[in-house]
Design a protein around this ligand. Structure first.
Ligand code: PBG
Length: 337
């Protein structure tokens, strides 16, 4: 038997041939662009650690979403920054809350755009945690760091109320990100009871406690005032547990499951896709964005090539949907190439 030595290279010599045998392709259809919306008019506040991203008031947000539509990106994901924060996150589920008004404005002015809302309480809580805190935290001393004990039951019902108010405002998909047990079933239940059986849930199923959320916490003004999120977000060292999280979410009614962050967790994306065959979303988070941007600013990396390589990697791993702060650039780059 004759095995020519460079058999595989034959398919690489010609650009067009390469195009034909390429296994993974990134499409504009895969992208979701996240936005931060806040109160006020004509607000466009720079987020220093996320160049090119801003906190926007509803009027400016609508303009940006129009551009996203022109770029042919199918969906946006909204995060709200309310004026009022308290210990019940009451602005999260207010009918006239910031996200609710933003959703209405987009549905009104940018028809056809899919509006996904992040369903969490951290941006609306005075203490910045994703749920209701049981009792009071301990005072901070050197020997005993305060710990946040979250009331899972109370929280999942507030998340459900929040999701319902987003859907009433016109949200097409809700995306719970608080990592409370049973949050998907609470949301599925309340939506169904209110006649919204057809609204899908994209669940942040495997969301890890990650340093890569750093810039986001500046962007959304939601850093925890004490303690951290390790009692509810996943331990970075675990992968079987991620599969259990996903299995439960699917059982509870999730339609799309998410892995977050993306870059350091491609093995999780792969395993989730292989095992469940469900639509998988990968969230390329703020820190992944910031570190490449910083290297690009220093002239150490070439932005377009690096970003396309990272995002193609996410698709190759098994992601169907990619949430990225580069969505608009990628849409442009894909047209060029
Ligand atoms: C929680 C939430 C976070 C992100 C998305 N939803 C922050 C957190 O859990 O601390 C992070 C997104 C990013 O870093 O880009 N509402």
């Amino acid at each position: 038997m004759y095995f020519p030595k460079y058999r595989l290279r034959r398919l690489r010599g010609n650009k067009n041939l390469q195009r034909m045998v390429r296994e993974t392709k990134l499409f504009v259809d895969d992208l979701v662009m996240p936005f931060f919306v806040r109160e006020g008019k004509k607000v466009k506040k720079i987020i220093s650690s996320m160049p090119g991203n801003y906190q926007l008031s509803v009027d400016n947000l609508v303009r940006e979403v129009e551009e996203v539509k022109e770029a042919d990106i199918p969906a946006v994901l909204l995060f709200g920054i309310p004026d009022v924060k308290d210990e019940e996150a009451s602005s999260a589920y207010a009918g006239e809350g910031i996200v609710q008004r933003a959703v209405r404005a987009i549905k009104d002015r940018v028809p056809g755009m899919i509006v996904i809302t992040d369903v969490c309480l951290c941006e609306y809580m005075s203490h910045g945690h994703c749920g209701i805190i049981k009792g009071r935290p301990l005072p901070k001393t050197e020997s005993r760091k305060p710990k946040a004990e979250i009331d899972n039951e109370a929280t999942r019902h507030l998340l459900a109320r929040t999701a319902l108010s987003h859907v009433r405002a016109g949200a097409d998909v809700v995306a719970p990100s608080a990592m409370m047990d049973g949050q998907v079933s609470a949301i599925r239940g309340i939506l169904d009871e209110n006649g919204y059986q057809d609204i899908p849930i994209m669940s942040y199923s495997a969301k890890y406690a990650s340093s890569f959320y750093g810039p986001f916490r500046e962007a959304a003004e939601s850093p925890p005032a004490f303690g951290d999120r390790r009692s509810y977000q996943m331990d970075m060292a675990n992968s079987h547990e991620a599969l259990r999280e996903v299995a439960l979410d699917i059982e509870e009614g999730a339609d799309i499951v998410m892995v977050k962050p993306a870059l350091g967790y491609m093995d999780i994306i792969y395993r989730v896709k292989e095992k469940f065959g469900y639509p998988v979303a990968a969230y390329s988070v703020s820190g992944e964005f910031a570190m490449v941007k910083a290297a690009v600013e220093k002239g150490w990396l070439e932005e377009k090539k690096t970003v396309l390589e990272i995002l193609t990697g996410l698709k190759r791993a098994g992601a169907d949907i990619i949430i990225t702060y580069w969505a608009k650039d990628v849409a442009r780059w894909l047209k060029e190439s």
